[in-house]
Design a protein around this ligand. Structure first.
Ligand SMILES: [Zn+2]
Length: 68
């Protein structure tokens, strides 16, 4: 039962490091900046370990209105 086709895999594109999260490289890869669209298991696992990877920058920018 090894009929897996990597064609449909969608990797997570890390906009901060400007590369695919799981580190795979290739010219014919599919990637997305939206965690919900990612199907690559290593990428999904990385997003799970680092929620900020898939977080919208605006949410992390709450410090803009909070003076220490
Ligand atoms: Zn991946």
């Amino acid at each position: 039962m090894e009929s897996l086709t990597p064609v449909s895999l969608v990797h997570f594109y890390d906009v901060r490091s400007r590369r695919i999260a799981c580190g795979v490289r290739g010219a014919d890869l599919r990637s997305s900046k939206h965690p919900r669209q990612v199907t690559c298991e290593p990428c999904v696992a990385l997003i799970g370990e680092r929620p900020q990877l898939g977080a919208v920058p605006d949410e992390a920018g709450s410090a803009a209105g909070a003076a220490p």
